[in-house]
Design a protein around this ligand. Sequence first.
Ligand code: MRU
Length: 331
Amino acid sequence: VKDIVQPFVWRGGELCILDQRKLPGRETWIRARDAETVARAIETLAVRGAPAIGIAAGYGVALAALHSRATTDSVLRAIERLRRTRPTGYNLFHILDVMTQMVTMGRGNLGARVLKRAQQCHAEDVRACLAMARYGVSLLKNDERVLTYCNTGALATGGIGTALGVIKLGFSRGIVREVFACETRPVAQGARLTVWECAKSGIPVTLLCDNMVAALLQTGRVTRIFVGADRIARNGDTSNKIGTLQLALMAKRFAIPFHVAAPTTTFDKRLRTGKAIPIEERTPDEILKGVPGLARLKGVRVWNPAFDVTPGCLVTSYITEKGIKHPPFLF
Ligand code: MRU
């Protein structure tokens, strides 16, 4: 599978970030020359998806280290700033830990060695995506009709994607016959990004609103569900985009296999269960702006968690770059 979509490109000493907030309407790029610009791009969802956030942050550290007056302290401050951008996805913290080690323990030119490590993290994710796609496809039978959630493709990673990477490879091999993408309210990563990415890759896709999933599953038109993950605890509890838990519960009810595809950089070995996963709450505006006039009404409160936690017992299998894991889960 070749992918023409990339969430960012390192070029001429800057990180060019495809502004995903503007997709699918416009393809505009943010030219990040410092860590603060990368941090803001992460906070505002210009770049999003757990692996892509981690890699972008790695490049953010490189930008700080390449600054003409960079010191170990100034780069460590940039790392702390990047840590405060989004709390749930674990890849961010994994890569920032790797970068901290490189800053404090590495030898030689600070900027050069930090940039090299950021590029290595990027390359590792490209390979992990390919490996996950190959393992994931081995689960498929013929004529699969798959449902996916949020955006887990090239836009969300350094490579071809996690769950969507499996689907793309399955489609290119003629094993996946139909793809269903959920809208994924309130930010519509499914409707805006997955649909755009599928169109770019020449994959026909059927879009549905999130509240249509049960009805679709009831028709028997879906053979499997593939989702990505933002952080996975040792018992397999999986945080992913808000709404994933509903999908997992429905999959159980309709006896449809529910697969989670994620690189090992998403697994947080310090957490025994998903209870301790910090769940990001985002601004009410994301929900309010979807209904004109709503923001002016008095007495309307909004709850806007960006992620939920699916218990490991609802997951049929995990697809990682190291292979497939089946229950009981204990990492
Ligand atoms: O808020 P987002 O768009 O960063 O959330 C993204 C997701 O929840 C994805 O499903 C997850 O990061 C896996 S993507 C490879």
